[in-house]
Design a protein around this ligand. Structure first.
Ligand code: NAP
Length: 258
């Protein structure tokens, strides 16, 4: 029996990443559930996947730290000897949500390390490994999926670092897509709108009001599962003549309206 395809999902202990891990496990992937601090939550995600008949392992690691990124890849290969999909989902919002005139370098460094440097260098490590695995005939293709945000193009002056790091993910996706197409690695950006999670819990009332007023054509909160289904579709490889694409999962927020 051939081994199942393998996916790494960063930041999969909670929120959107957790839903992506569950969806990919249901799709038949063995899933590496990466997290930063919440060991118990990550183990719970693993247990749920195993109880449903899937395979998963929890792997602690800060995506902003080079040694942790390398360990994440090594742990995956040691356990399952293949890597098919990397989902760069781990992300944090601007620390303190300060106005840009008060924004700090501490927040900048943390946000850019987690939301941009980590994803780029994880893609680099994953792509090198995917190229080897494809050349060896272990796998036939690879997929890199980057979770950005509507903040990539919608300005929030109290989250400047977050907006800029998310905007850069689009160019990162294009660069990787261009470089890796010949190597049979497809690269996508998934761009969620307002999604119910711990990240948006502190601003729930603001978004309740904006959604009721028609922030997006589809007047509801997005759910982590909405994003997970988009990732599932991209990972499945049916869009074989498309790479570098941004897939909006935002209830139509991106449509300019008059
Ligand atoms: P969340 O509920 O706050 O969960 C964040 C996840 O990332 C947790 O699993 C956390 O692990 C992990 N994490 C944080 N820093 C990490 C690091 N340095 N290394 C590894 N893992 C780390 O966030 P979310 O709302 O699900 O957001 C997930 C992604 O979607 C982020 O990239 C976010 O920017 C993006 N997004 C969210 C929304 C939204 O409305 N929620 C909208 C657009 C885009 P621990 O549990 O261990 O802390």
């Amino acid at each position: 029996m051939s081994s199942p395809p393998v996916a790494i999902v960063t930041g999969a202990s909670r929120g959107i990443g957790r839903a992506i891990a569950g969806q990919l496990a249901a799709d038949g992937y063995a899933v590496v559930v990466n997290y930063l601090r919440n060991h118990d939550a990550a183990e719970q995600v693993v247990r749920e996947i195993q109880q449903a008949g899937g395979s998963a392992l929890a792997a602690a690691g800060n995506v902003g730290a080079a040694a942790d990124r390398q360990r994440l890849i090594d742990t995956t290969l040691d356990r399952w000897h293949r890597l098919d999909v990397l989902v760069n989902n781990a992300g944090i919002t601007s620390q303190g949500r300060r106005d840009l005139l008060e924004a700090t370098e501490e927040s900048w460094d943390l946000v850019f390390d987690t939301n941009l440097k980590g994803p780029f260098f994880l893609c680099q490590l994953a792509a090198r490994k995917m190229i080897e695995l494809i050349a060896a005939g272990v796998t036939s293709r690879g997929t890199l999926i980057n979770i950005s945000s509507i903040s990539a193009y919608a300005a929030s002056t109290n989250r400047a670092d977050y907006c800029m790091a998310k905007a850069a993910l689009q160019m990162m996706t294009w660069l990787l897509a261009d470089r890796l197409a010949e190597q049979r690695i497809w690269v996508y950006e998934v761009c969620p709108g307002v999604i119910a999670s711990d990240m948006t819990a502190p601003v729930r009332e603001k978004y309740d009001r904006l959604i009721a007023e028609g922030l997006s054509p589809i007047r509801r909160w997005g759910q982590p599962e909405d994003v997970a289904r988009a990732v599932s579709m991209l990972a499945a490889g049916s869009l074989s003549f498309s790479t570098g694409e941004r897939l909006n999962v935002d209830g139509g927020f991106h449509i300019r309206r008059l």
